[in-house]
Design a protein around this ligand. Structure first.
Ligand code: PLP
Length: 364
């Protein structure tokens, strides 16, 4: 079965091989060296001064950012399930917030956010870079730059779980960026990461919470240790993934990902299907399709390809194909070609290899 969902993504063999080695103790010089190495590599990737890893899925890092950063009131952006989550976290902790809501296909409005921030009520903004529910890219860099012009003390927290490792994120005006292991980092689930600016560390102060107290973790991890037992095997594997991406060259990796995305989108459009979001994120192709569930079923049973469906009110109306990680070229070609074959199977369009042609023309 080809796992073509936009998280979890397939775990390459070189990553799985790291799990065959003997487990090492986390309070050893060996592990300390690996932890520091991988934190440094992660800092290099996020262009931020500080980094912290947590043993949790991505949502744990989102929760830690919310509870440690908001001292007054948060502004949260909701254009999908993950944006909605900021508000749910605030509610769970009785943290004051206001939510700006957008359609799942609609990027957040810079003007609207700016006018909200001008009220002076907010000390933080929470947003997704790539909102995975609709495969949408928010103009986070622009929003962050505008907010910092108005009030540099507003801490900008960006969920980069389906953006880090996909494209180079300009974090000049971003204070915290959140990552998760099972998306573009090609690892099994269970590790989350945060990149932090000095300003974010200042705001966190002595921190809040217990397990997710970021002040404790920052202090420990600066010295190559952790407050609690870390996800040792995942951190070792992350170090190998980041090493591999550096070998390939981050710029080359981003360029290849962007090019494959362009080719995938043009293949999908060439067979009459439409891309759902107004501004597509490079992490995936999210396709609006009324027979999405039938299509996913045939893809899975006949072609052994697992793509994601829609969530919530988009269930049955959307399917999403992953574009994160080091995807074997033959696999993407097979997915594109199979997609066209499924349309014939569903009686929608006669197969004439249009999709794979469009893909190949744009790909190289
Ligand atoms: C996957 C994902 C998350 C985190 O989900 P977990 O299941 O907690 O790892 C958060 N934000 C976005 C945009 C995601 O795609």
């Amino acid at each position: 079965m080809i796992l073509a969902t936009p998280g979890p993504v397939e775990v390459p063999l070189f990553v799985r091989e790291t799990f065959l080695k003997e487990i090492i103790h986390h309070r050893t010089p060996e592990f300390k060296e690996i932890l520091i190495e991988s934190l440094n590599r992660f800092k290099n990737l996020t262009h931020l001064d500080e980094a912290v890893f947590l043993s949790s899925s991505g949502t744990g890092a989102m929760e830690s950012a919310v509870i440690n950063v908001v001292k007054k009131k948060a502004l949260t952006i909701n254009a999908g399930k993950f944006g909605e989550r900021w508000g749910k976290i605030c509610n769970a902790h009785n943290i004051e917030f206001k939510e700006l809501k957008y359609g799942w296909d609609t990027p957040a409005s810079v003007e609207e956010i700016v006018s909200e921030i001008k009220s002076g009520e907010y000390d933080s903004l929470f947003i997704q870079i790539s909102e995975s529910s609709g495969g949408l890219r928010h103009p986070v860099e622009e929003i962050a730059a505008e907010i910092k012009l108005i009030n540099p003390d507003v801490i900008i927290v960006a969920d980069g779980i389906t953006a880090l490792g996909v494209e180079d994120i300009d974090t000049t005006n971003i204070d915290i960026v959140v990552g998760g292991s099972q998306k573009a980092f090609m690892l099994p689930p269970g590790l989350s990461m945060l990149g932090l600016s000095e300003k974010a560390v200042e705001r966190i102060g002595s921190g809040r919470g217990f397990y997710f107290n970021l002040a404790n973790e920052i202090k420990k991890q600066r010295d190559g240790s952790t407050a609690f037992t870390p996800a040792v095997t995942l951190i070792i594997a992350l170090n190998e993934v980041l090493k591999k991406l550096e070998e390939i060259g981050l710029e080359n990796h981003y360029e290849n990902t962007a090019n494959r995305h362009k080719a995938l989108i043009s293949a999908i459009e060439s067979i009459g299907l439409s891309i759902y979001p107004q501004v597509p994120a490079k992490s995936m192709a999210a396709v609006y399709f009324e027979k999405a569930e039938e299509l996913r079923k045939v893809l899975k049973t006949k072609f052994k390809i697992n793509v994601a469906g829609g969530q919530d009110f988009m269930k049955g109306k959307l399917f999403r194909i992953n574009n994160m990680g080091l995807i074997d070229e033959w696999k993407m070609k097979y997915i594109v070609d199979s997609l066209e074959l499924v349309l014939e199977e569903l009686g929608i369009r006669k197969y004439d290899s249009t999709a794979i042609k469009a893909y190949n023309i744009d790909r190289f």
